[in-house]
Design a protein around this ligand. Structure first.
Ligand code: FES
Length: 125
């Protein structure tokens, strides 16, 4: 994407995946303990398998949404996702990165704390 200023974007989209193993505060959990590394590796593999170029999937430290994690954010639009499974991760690559459509069921909104389905999943684990 180019905004005409000559600056442009180096990567579009640019995805930051929290791989933090400490979390923002005690008791909130962390993305590393919820298996984010496997999801991160899977996302990169799916992107590579599909020949996706011009994007970047980076490691991030804590994004301060620990209780909803694993968390990732996609720029430039600033879409935040809570991703729990390899299928979730793959859907973000296929639908958001390749097709340019948000995966609404995984979106984290500013008002979200612990979404019902994620909270339920934590109680049954
Ligand atoms: S540890 Fe991932 S958002 Fe805090």
């Amino acid at each position: 994407m180019n905004d005409g200023s000559g600056a442009g974007l180096l990567y579009d989209p640019h995805i930051f995946v929290c791989l933090d193993d400490k979390g923002a505060e005690p008791g909130r959990g962390c993305c590393a303990d919820r298996g984010v590394m496997e999801l991160f590796v899977h996302m990169r593999a799916i992107a590579k398998e599909n020949g996706v170029t011009g994007i970047r999937i980076n490691k991030s430290t804590c994004l301060d949404r620990c209780e909803l994690g694993p968390i990732m954010v996609v720029y430039p639009e600033g879409t935040w996702y809570a991703v729990r499974t390899k299928e979730d991760a793959e859907e973000i690559v296929r639908r958001h990165i390749i097709e340019g459509r948000r995966v609404e069921r995984l979106v984290v909104r500013p008002s979200d704390r612990v979404p019902g389905d994620l909270a339920l999943a934590e109680k049954t684990e």
